[in-house]
Ligand binder design. Structure first.
Ligand code: GTP
Length: 209
């Protein structure tokens, strides 16, 4: 389902990546840390925020369209449609808040099962805020075990220090490339996302769908 680029465009394949998880685990921070080195003020996401990042992995030039969903309960009814056609999903928890991991298995993983339309969609469990290791409430071992149960890849990272952040996205993209049904299947419908022209210092556009 990876959409191939047309002649003359600057990427070989386009993948949709979705980030889900409780409010405050650091989904927006993770994405911002991945797409730009400069810090930005983070506000809670309203509905969904979409960012685009180009990177080369496994010899392929990829365009990642990264969907940052709101973790807050009041926006949850909006999110079901966001799962559609996702090639990769990051299930993010905060290593200092145990309930954010519990909610991944009790709540978010169930949503993935219910709403994800892509059969071979690659999932990754991501423990964020690794820089606060002294306040850790979830051991790496138990998170690895849960990742195994849910059929997810696993990583820990820090959006604050940027430790392992690129690795998370690169591993996810590499795994997607290994799945023939995701890499090779032509996209059923045209890209709905129009890449915005970069504006210097413009705030990111949140859209409430
Ligand atoms: P919602 O948009 O409400 O779903 O939240 P979110 O998951 O996108 O979290 P967000 O990125 O807004 O981060 C929440 C808070 O955690 C902010 O104050 C961030 O600065 C902080 N934060 C995010 N990542 C890290 C991290 O790796 N380390 C530390 N120490 N703080 C972080």
């Amino acid at each position: 389902m990876g959409s191939s680029s047309g002649q003359g465009s600057n990427y070989d394949l386009s993948f949709k990546i979705l980030l889900i998880g409780d409010s405050g685990v650091g989904k927006s921070s993770l994405i911002l840390s991945f797409i730009s080195a400069s810090p930005e003020t983070i506000a809670p996401t309203i509905g969904v925020d979409i960012k685009i990042k180009h990177l080369t992995v496994g010899g392929k030039r990829l365009k990642l369209t990264i969907w940052d969903t709101a973790g807050q309960e009041r926006f949850r009814t909006l999110t079901s449609s966001f799962y559609r056609d996702a090639h990769g999903i990051m299930l993010v928890y905060d290593v200092t808040r145990r309930e954010t991991l519990t909610n991944l298995s009790d709540l978010w993983a169930k949503e993935v099962e219910l709403y994800s339309t892509t059969q071979d969609c690659v999932k990754m469990l991501v423990g964020n805020k690794l820089d606060r290791d002294s306040e850790r409430a979830v051991t790496k071992e138990e998170a690895v075990a849960l990742a195994g149960e849910l059929g997810c890849l696993f990583n820990e990272c820090s959006a604050k220090t940027r430790e392992n952040v690129e690795k998370c996205f690169e591993q996810l993209a590499l795994k997607i490339l290994e799945v023939p049904s995701l890499k090779d299947k032509p996209k059923a419908e045209p890209d709905l996302i129009v890449e915005p022209k970069p504006k210097p210092n413009a705030p990111s556009q949140g859209c409430c769908c």
